[in-house]
Design a protein around this ligand. Structure first.
Ligand code: AMP
Length: 423
């Protein structure tokens, strides 16, 4: 969908075109019309989906038509990095508007405190703040939130993980009941729904997040060193003689080759499929697998999406997939059409954090099966504790358009800060 179709303000559209956004992302398609209508939102979306524009564009469009000079919008975020990032986007989107924004976050110099408190009291329209620092300002009594009309909670799940639940409620006690509230979260655990029930009014729920694997899939994982992986899959496959259709995903072509070689050595009918094969050869391999002549198909990640084969009994992730979306997609190869299936992931010592992120997104802890004794001990399950708010590194973002902003070309990305009193 094109941005012109939403009925956004002309000046906002102009800024979007300067930022080179051509089409709305899925979350933007869902969130922009609902926000323009004035509905509260409970949106499940991850970083990198374009969620900032999804809430900011309609808010800016409304503000631009209201001609107001009040502090009307409050955006609460878990970390200073996110506050800075969102503020940069706001400055880009509002380049042609008479609207200004400031960030309020912890760990700054004393002079920043004065700057923040001035901005909070004199005509700033939008505040992007982390909860702790905002409360410090609120405690001193000079911040007036009585004109707030739009409230956004971004990365709400992260804020609860950090322990900001009570701070959020406290901040909300300063904000008028009569307002539009938009809550964004990468995951939707129970505690998020509870918070949403407290602060949203008849919210419209939208989601572009990964779906969870079907209930029929038995998910398990092994903690293994790399050199244990091939013996492990050999032993897994040998142990399951009634599984006649097994799909193994691996991250590289080289590994596909090694796995196929070792399975064949163990007299298991296996074929590999990677971009090395011509289209015709790939089709032949797939026909062999579909007809169950080939018991095990080993594929690179690249092909995981294209393979549409029913009745797979077992999916093995030889390496942890790069994203939860890929994980769900791969695991979805098994247990299709109401059948049950098994999905096993092999996790080495370097991939544990990555796997934990997947577990968080699928909202389920995957059972870690002990290695067969003859393989010796594997690595221990060790993950880094969740980072605290201020120490968190910027999460990896996936852009819609892979184009990078180039040099000083004004047609690119953020048009840069514009002169305002407070920003
Ligand atoms: P976010 O999920 O808000 O962190 O956005 C991720 C990145 O996608 C940011 O760099 C945005 O500038 C970019 N982005 C957001 N919406 C679009 C769009 N419709 N077209 C192209 N890039 C976009």
């Amino acid at each position: 969908m094109r941005f012109e179709e939403f009925g956004l303000n002309e000046k906002v559209l102009e800024a979007i075109s300067y930022m080179n956004y051509e089409k709305a992302s899925p979350i933007q398609e869902l969130a922009i019309p609902e926000t323009l209508k004035g509905n509260d939102l409970l949106a499940c979306a991850q970083t990198g989906t374009g969620k900032t524009a999804a809430f900011m564009l309609p808010i800016l469009s409304k503000l631009s038509e209201e001609e107001n000079h009040d502090l009307s919008t409050l955006i609460i975020v878990p970390t200073r990095e996110l506050a800075i990032q969102i503020n940069q986007q706001i400055q880009g989107f509002s380049y042609f508007l008479n609207i200004n924004s400031v960030t309020v976050y912890g760990g700054r110099e004393g002079s920043d405190w004065d700057q923040e408190s001035k901005a909070l009291t004199r005509g700033t329209n939008i505040i992007v703040a982390t909860p702790g620092k905002l409360i410090s300002h609120l405690n001193l009594g000079y911040v007036k939130f009585d004109k707030i009309k739009y409230l956004v909670l971004d990365e709400a799940d992260r804020m609860l993980d950090i322990g900001f639940h009570d701070d959020i409620l406290r901040i909300l006690s300063y904000v008028p009941e009569e307002r539009q509230t938009l809550m964004f979260s990468a995951t939707m655990p129970r505690k998020i729904r509870d918070l949403a029930a407290k602060i949203l009014k008849n919210p419209v729920e939208i989601s572009t997040a990964v779906s969870k694997p079907a209930e029929g899939v038995l998910q398990a994982a092994y903690l293994t060193y790399d050199e244990q992986k091939i013996p492990l899959i050999n032993s897994l496959i040998k142990d399951k003689p009634d599984f006649d259709s097994i799909l193994i995903f691996s991250s590289t072509k080289r590994k596909v080759f090694d796995i196929v070689k070792s399975l064949r050595r163990a007299k298991i009918a296996a074929e590999g499929i990677s971009s090395d094969l011509e289209q015709k050869e790939r089709e032949e391999v797939l026909i062999g697998f579909r007809s169950k002549r080939t018991r095990v198909l080993v594929a690179t990640d690249v092909l995981s999406r294209g393979i549409d084969i029913k009745d797979i009994n077992l999916v093995i992730n030889f390496d942890v997939p790069g994203s939860a979306e890929d994980y769900v997609h791969r695991v979805g190869r098994t247990a299709r059409a109401d059948k049950t299936g098994v999905a096993i992931t092999l996790i080495n010592q370097h991939d544990m954090d990555k796997f934990q992120r997947i577990e968080k997104l699928i909202e389920r802890e995957v059972f870690k099966v002990p290695l067969p004794e003859e393989l010796g001990a594997g690595p221990e399950w060790k993950v880094r504790p969740p980072r605290s708010g201020n120490k968190r590194r910027k999460p990896p973002t996936r852009k819609f358009n892979q184009r990078k902003p180039k040099g000083n070309n004004p047609k690119n990305q953020n048009p840069g800060p514009k002169p305002t009193n407070n920003s």
